[in-house]
Ligand binder design. Sequence first.
Ligand code: 4NP
Length: 149
Amino acid sequence: MVCLGNICRSPIAEGLLAAKLPKDTFVVDSAGTGPWHVGKHPDERSIATSLKNGIDISAQRGQLFTPAHLDTFDYIYVMDNSNYSDVMAMAKNEAHKSKVSLILEALFPGEHVDVPDPYYGLQNGFDMVFEMLDEATDVIAKKLLETHG
Ligand code: 4NP
């Protein structure tokens, strides 16, 4: 799960998908394309929104997305088109490129929809982001369980 800061959107996406998949079969992680919040816990608003929906993301720590993640992980879900460009610029081959998708493709295929960045906005932006990511990770978890479960 990749966003810009790795403190608002991708930590929620990580928490949601991890809660929907068996831990002995799947590794779910998140990272940011920007370096500002490396080592920091998620934004308080992401923690609160997740917690009120039964998901504790407070133990997560920010990390930078690196080209090595394109080798290590089988699927890379990015939150917006800007993250998509940044990650695709690190891809060295077709195998890397084919791993990368916009997370909302799971709900709106072919429409290139962004998960809006809630960082500078209000609390309800975090609730909206949580709902979008909850629906998208339902679809993704189902697909992953069918393919690898
Ligand atoms: P995120 O939100 O990409 O959803 O984690 C952001 C958090 C921080 C910044 C940008 C986006 N920032 O510029 O510090």
